[in-house]
Design a protein around this ligand. Sequence first.
Ligand SMILES: CC(C)(COP(=O)(O)OP(=O)(O)OC[C@H]1O[C@@H](n2cnc3c(N)ncnc32)[C@H](O)[C@@H]1OP(=O)(O)O)[C@@H](O)C(=O)NCCC(=O)NCCS
Length: 126
Amino acid sequence: MIIGTGVDIIEVARVKAAVGKWGSSFLKKVFTEKEIKYSNKKRFVYQHLAARFATKEAVLKAFGGGWSRTLPWKDVEVINNKDGKPEIKLHREAKKLYDRKGIEKIIVSMSHTKEHAVANAILVKE
Ligand SMILES: CC(C)(COP(=O)(O)OP(=O)(O)OC[C@H]1O[C@@H](n2cnc3c(N)ncnc32)[C@H](O)[C@@H]1OP(=O)(O)O)[C@@H](O)C(=O)NCCC(=O)NCCS
């Protein structure tokens, strides 16, 4: 049973500008080491970072709120499996929320172009 969905779109230039303005403090606040490493290996680094940003927002939107502080970006980590398919690994507050809501699976998908990155997330409870 689907118990929540979330979608998000972001301009790649916004993420690039944030990195330009705040540098590694922005990167380290929003992205995990694995996400940064994955994106840095790609030709269009900011598209991959923006897609991860959109995915985190889509997952948090699907949860529908419930976290106590500012959005816990790093609590939602995107990891690509061996086929390149993005999967979600939750940490800390987001993991607690996931357990509390009895969610059993999160399905995400993302896409990115030069200008935009888009992502959607689906929460499943069997
Ligand atoms: C998945 C695929 C359709 C992506 O389409 P695209 O138009 O090139 O690129 P998009 O911007 O729309 O999407 C890219 C995102 O798709 C996702 N993606 C990649 N491989 C995927 C897969 N196997 N399943 C689901 N999603 C996948 C990733 O999240 C990727 O972004 P990321 O690298 O930042 O994580 C394309 O890469 C493809 O056809 N992959 C098939 C790979 C495959 O089957 N290989 C095995 C034998 S050939």
